[in-house]
Write a new protein. Sequence first.
Length: 288
Amino acid sequence: MRQSNCSSTCTRTWNVVFPGHCALGTRVMFRRSIVDKISRNYSDEELITRVWDVENIKRLVHKRVYYLAEDRRADELKELWVSDPKHQKTASFGRNWGYYTGMDEIKAYYVDNHNTRLLEQKELNAADDLNVGNIYAHPASTGLVELAGDGKSAKGMWYCIAQETTALADGTADARWILEKVAVDFLKEGDDWKIWHIVIAMDLNCEAGEAYEKQSVYVDWDNDPVKCEFGVPTIEKLLHDPTFNWWDNYPFMPEPYASFCDEISYGPEGFVITADKVFAAGEGRNYK
């Protein structure tokens, strides 16, 4: 709160809320409850630094969008992700079906396997170059960033209404609308913010031009192109079942916090099955 009688340095007080979790039978539910409250005073200079940090985090995510559009996956991992070896060891890339952990595993999936598929596509389509006819559009919107009270980490969530097109050998293309949440843990390495954990939770993947009401309610995992592209991750488990959209509430929305801990991580250590949804009703038939 700004003090009316101060001169050069003004402060304000804000409460940092720690999220917690509780056991519910054999199920675990992530709970948005106040376990503790801490009040910290920040000077104007500190507040400006925090605002600037949030803007740099947003810029980092927006840069990733353009790298995706240009299929610069190797550059993304090299420039936008953590570079400290101890952070690289615990980095993770999650989708609906699990996590790749460690930068070596992430690169093998995200870059190496992807490039192998592109080479196979180029040969099959008799194309002159890679990515002829392909589109990777994943604009990020409605960003929500929570900077830790200690300023060393941050959490963020964005929503993407994406469009991907894959050129086929017969001259046609497989074009799809993909709706997804993107949740990210960030670390500050030196003066730079870097991606540490990311979860991309697909809510919808449907063929463009096909009537939505004609498409199956239940996802055919065996033939889903996004699932097939993801392969077999380091940790295989169903993180988000899109059968009835957000019924499992993962990844959870970031909330204010004082400092990073495993319980609030978007990495595998922070995943819990949400028991506040109606499992008995059978909605989550794909949940494992």
